[in-house]
Every structure is written in structure tokens, then in C-alpha cells.
Design a protein around this ligand. Structure first.
Ligand SMILES: C[S@@+](CC[C@H](N)C(=O)[O-])C[C@H]1O[C@@H](n2cnc3c(N)ncnc32)[C@H](O)[C@@H]1O
Length: 211
């Protein structure tokens, strides 16, 4: 049986190995606009909505699940969006090896996988090392946004971020009623709010570089 050919989605979707060793933002997006990351972008509701709302900001989604990443990229391609892209692969590789330090104006990490079982907690994205990585990639005065519906994991995220010496905690925007079914920050926010679950929101600002 023949398998369906994989649809070409470049430049909206590329896997890490096809991107090259490093990313120069002005070449990647073809302009000098600020760049924001959606780490674990999933189905890309945030990426898509934010990119449409802010044409002068470039958005890059990082997604380890190629199927999800490609699905997001298909939506971006359909609208021929010039300021949003997805890279398929482990965000840690992109963050630590491929992008220039302090080169992004915001990192959004919405609903990172909670890995419920205790023996799986080591797979969670947020660790002390990860908050250090965020502090290396976000530019001075830039922001990290992270939301979750899992109180226990969010407490850990908040403690780790608050303990990271290069960030100051700010007050995140309060919850608001959605105007329609697409008016949620992410697909996970929509799913969890429809279940009536509380959403915990965190916002931190990168301090200026020392010295
Ligand atoms: C619970 S989903 C949330 C998706 C989206 N942010 C939302 O709020 O709807 C978490 C996403 O993070 C992705 N992910 C987990 N670890 C990752 C990693 N190391 N690099 C990139 N993506 C990752 C998963 O594949 C999944 O799509």
C-alpha cells in the first residue's frame, strides 16, 4: 500500500534538522521585527491569533509532536501568514543551540504537559535548568508567560520562576469572558475552562543584563 506524500509546508513548518545549525531571526522571518516564542504550541491557536493581531511581531512555535506542528502550519499556510512559523522538534535544542542569546522579546509556555505520575515528573519541561534557559534567551525587559490548569505543577513553575534571579514576577492579566469559541489564549485553555477548571496564570519580566 502506498502512503500519502507528506505535503510540503516550508517555510511554515520545518523540522530542526532542516533548519540548519543556527537561526538568524532577520533571515528566518525576512525582517527585523521582534520575535516571540510559543513553546509547545500544540494546535497553534495562540500562534495563529497572536500573529494575526500583531503583524509587526514574528511568532515561532516549537512543537515536539510533528503532527500537531504540521497541523498548525497548515493553518498558517492557508492564510499565507508571513509572521508565524513552526519548528518541529525539542524546544530545548532550539533554545540552547540554535538561537542567539537574549534575542526574543517573549516566551509563551501555555499548559506544559503535567506528566501526572510521580515517576514521570522528571519529564516535565519546567526545571531549574529550563528557567535558566529562558533567562538566557529572553531579552532584557522581555517576558515569560506561563499558564496551567494544574495547581500543583503551576506552584512549581511559579516557585522556579520566582527563584530565578534574572526574572521579576509581574501580575498576569485576569481571566476574561471569551467573545466566541476562538477567543481563548490556547486550545487547552478553552478545553479546561469549558470543564470549569481554574486557570493559573504567570507573568515574569527579564531583568536588565548585569554589568
Ligand atoms: C498540553 S499541550 C499544550 C499545547 C498548547 N500550548 C495549548 O495550550 O493548547 C503541551 C504541548 O507541548 C508539547 N511539548 C512537550 N514537550 C516539548 C518539547 N520538549 N519541545 C517542544 N514541544 C513540547 C507537546 O507535544 C504538546 O503539544
Amino acid at each position: 500500500m502506498q502512503t500519502a506524500p507528506v505535503k510540503p509546508l516550508k517555510p511554515w513548518f520545518q523540522v530542526i534538522d532542516d533548519v540548519g545549525d543556527s537561526i538568524v531571526w532577520s533571515e528566518f522571518f525576512g525582517n527585523e521585527n521582534p520575535v516571540e516564542l510559543d513553546i509547545g504550541c500544540g494546535r497553534g491557536l495562540f500562534l495563529f491569533t497572536a500573529a494575526q493581531k500583531n503583524p509587526d511581531i514574528n511568532y515561532l512555535g516549537l512543537e515536539i509532536d510533528y503532527r500537531e506542528g504540521r497541523r498548525t502550519a497548515e493553518r498558517l499556510k492557508k492564510k499565507q501568514m508571513q509572521n508565524a512559523r513552526v519548528i518541529g522538534g525539542d524546544c530545548n535544542v532550539v533554545l540552547t543551540k540554535m538561537i542567539e542569546k537574549h534575542s526574543v522579546s517573549a516566551a509563551h509556555v501555555y499548559f506544559p504537559d503535567p506528566w501526572w505520575k510521580k515517576r514521570h515528573h522528571k519529564r516535565r519541561l519546567f526545571t531549574q535548568e529550563f528557567t535558566g534557559i529562558l533567562s538566557d534567551v529572553v531579552q532584557p525587559n522581555g517576558h515569560v508567560h506561563s499558564w496551567s490548569d494544574v495547581a500543583e505543577y503551576f506552584d512549581i513553575i511559579r516557585s522556579l520562576m520566582d527563584a530565578q534571579p534574572n526574572f521579576n514576577a509581574l501580575t498576569a492579566a485576569p481571566e476574561r469572558d471569551p467573545a466566541d469559541d476562538m477567543d481563548y489564549q490556547t486550545s487547552f485553555e478553552r478545553k479546561k475552562r469549558k470543564l470549569g477548571l481554574p486557570i493559573y496564570r504567570g507573568l515574569w519580566q527579564r531583568k536588565t543584563l548585569a554589568g
